[in-house]
Design a binder for this molecule. Structure first.
Ligand code: NDP
Ligand code: MG
Length: 381
């Protein structure tokens, strides 16, 4: 039995993680979780799973919930996330919170010797070098949840890492894959949120439309698997059936395939090294799909992917600046404060003026993150 603490339980990945826990009651139990402001959903999860600790974003919500559920401890805010991440009863932390707010709880969990199943890619982008070196130091595993990274990981099992010549990340192309840049000028939020293959949270759906999601994933792959940016490729694959591939020196390519259902990689991160059945999942019927398509990405068309390669190759605080600028800009787009193409303009302006610091410590990263968000806000005004 693995005991799980879960950051971001009320989100898209969080809810699907709870589905897996429910499907395998003999293998997994939920001992702690965090939510943001969705108190209705928080209530449902507390009733169903009876966890020991729950964190919410606001103090007043924690107070109200404490009265309602006296057997659970309610905490809140940044400290609440740390309390959930380090819950003594948990073996593994599933980090499915949104954004770089997931960084400090991840580091705290690593220090508390929890294995980390990580969906929260912004943490690996903003401070990958710190997360990986801390994990090594404390002997904990960083288990990928993101479908591409799970596919890469599964395509490396039993292989010698030194034989890898290339990682090939597949990308659906997002909501606007068939639109020209001219078409993108006046797209609406509703159109941007209409992803062709995956059902996900709002921020990552917008990131998929700009291809910043793939950019963050290229960086995530470089961090997790220590592969040079020159040897990480992105391939548009509109069906989202091949989740990613690893090429070896002898030109063999290993791939992992599946239906676009995040519960499969979530479950694998939790069950590894075993595989558990997925009774509720649709099986892949390749004869029915009949054809798979692939094409190269145009970096002029999808500028955010180009920014991510640039930031990744530079390393240092420009990664934090790019990520924070993207989080702030996507937030502004979702609040109808800016247009779709302004997302990339804002990121570019932030990156152009950034004074890069290599090998930053945690304090520097947190400072750059905060200052970048402020700069984006003032650029929007
Ligand atoms: P959602 O927006 O659906 O959920 C985000 C979760 O984080 C919610 O529980 C939300 O709480 C909570 N949250 C947001 N901001 C804060 C905050 N400041 N403090 C505390 N809690 C907060 O996101 P997703 O599930 O889509 O994505 C989560 C992470 O997983 C992201 O890093 C994303 O890139 C990654 N990911 C997602 C995939 C997907 O299919 N969705 C696939 C691969 C990776 P509440 O709603 O209660 O306010
Ligand atoms: Mg992904």
């Amino acid at each position: 039995m693995k005991s799980i603490s879960l950051l971001g339980a009320t989100g898209s990945i969080g809810i699907q993680t709870l589905d897996i826990v429910k499907d395998h009651k003999d293998s997994f139990q939920l001992v702690a979780f965090s939510a943001g402001k969705n108190i209705e959903k928080t209530r449902e999860i507390v009733k169903e799973f009876k966890p020991l600790i729950v964190s919410v974003q606001l103090a007043e919500d924690a107070v109200a919930l404490q009265k309602e559920f006296p057997k659970t401890d309610f905490v809140f805010g940044a400290q609440g996330l740390l309390d959930v991440a380090t819950c003594p009863e948990a073996d593994v932390l599933v980090n499915a919170v949104l954004g770089s707010v997931g960084l400090e709880p991840t580091l705290a969990a690593i220090k508390a010797k929890k294995n980390i199943a990580i969906a929260n890619k912004e943490t690996l982008v903003t401070a990958g070098h710190i997360v990986m070196s801390e994990a090594k130091k404390h002997g904990v595993a960083i288990l990928p949840v993101d479908s591409e990274h799970s596919a890469l990981w599964q395509s490396m099992h039993g292989e010698n890492r030194k034989d890898i010549s290339r990682l090939i990340l597949t990308a659906s192309g997002g909501s606007f894959r068939d639109q020209t840049r001219e078409d993108l000028k006046n797209v609406t939020i509703k159109e941007a949120l209409n992803h062709p293959n995956w059902s996900m949270g709002a921020k990552i759906t917008i990131d998929s439309a700009t291809l910043m999601n793939k950019g963050l994933e290229v960086i995530e792959a470089a961090v997790l698997y220590d592969v040079d940016y020159d040897n990480i490729d992105v391939l548009i694959h509109r069906e989202s059936i091949i989740h990613s591939m690893v090429e070896y020196h002898d030109t063999s390519i290993m791939a992992q395939l599946g239906t676009p259902d995040m519960r499969t990689p979530i479950q694998y991160a939790l069950s590894y090294p075993e595989r558990l059945p997925r009774s509720t999942a649709e099986r892949l019927d390749l004869a029915k799909i009949s054809q798979l398509h692939f094409e190269n990405v145009d970096l002029q068309r999808f500028r955010c992917l180009d920014f991510a390669y640039k930031a990744g190759r530079m390393g240092g605080t420009i990664l934090t600046a790019m990520n924070a600028a993207n989080e702030a800009a996507v937030g502004a787009f979702l609040q109808e404060k800016i247009k779709f193409l302004e997302i990339e303009d804002l990121i570019e302006r932030i990156m152009d003026k950034h004074v890069n610091i290599l090998q930053p410590d945690l304090e520097t990263i947190l400072h750059v993150d905060k200052e970048t968000r402020k700069s984006v806000q003032s650029m929007i005004k």
